[in-house]
Design a binder for this molecule. Structure first.
Ligand code: ATP
Ligand code: MG
Length: 137
């Protein structure tokens, strides 16, 4: 059993897609073991995406992530990290497979509706970046 970290990004929250995305997550067999809605400030978003700080799109990515509220959650299941990445689909919605969150709801490469941790180390770090131990069931 494994845990991963998820964000329903501002473009999806703004379009009223929280319930649709959570339904896809739970229908896939992943269990929600922590969840909250919040609006990140600049420092929080810059810290979260620090690995991308040298990338040309970093500034726009941060602006987008603070453009509105997001829903963060901790998901648990068998191979949760890989299975949630698969459910999200390719980073670019135009390349995402049928049945994935990004295919269904993503707008473009940046506004791609969701985030999921890419490995065990980032999953741990990212969960801890948003949740205290007593906020996880
Ligand atoms: P995430 O980390 O959000 O789960 P990912 O791991 O599929 O997505 P990353 O390469 O980690 O993709 O990029 C992080 C986020 O930065 C992407 O989800 C997307 O919102 C944005 N992004 C990535 N590449 C580009 C790009 N070339 N132009 C604009 N935005 C981008
Ligand atoms: Mg990533």
């Amino acid at each position: 059993i494994e845990r991963t970290f998820s964000i329903i990004k501002p473009d999806a929250v703004e379009r009223g897609l929280i319930a649709d995305i959570l339904k896809m997550i739970t229908d896939s067999g992943l269990k929600i073991v922590g969840m909250k809605m919040l609006h990140m400030d600049k420092a929080k978003a810059e810290g979260f995406y620090a690995v991308h700080k040298e990338r040309p799109f970093f500034g726009e990515l941060v602006d987008y992530m603070i453009s509105g509220p997001v829903v963060v959650s901790c998901l648990e299941g068998e191979d949760a990290i890989a299975s949630y990445r698969k459910l999200m689909g390719a980073t670019n919605p135009a390349e995402a497979e049928e049945g994935t969150i990004r295919k269904a709801f993503g707008v473009n490469l940046q506004n791609n509706s969701c985030h999921g941790s890419d490995g065990p180390d980032t999953a741990k770090t990212e969960v801890a970046y948003f949740f205290n131990e007593d906020e996880l069931v």
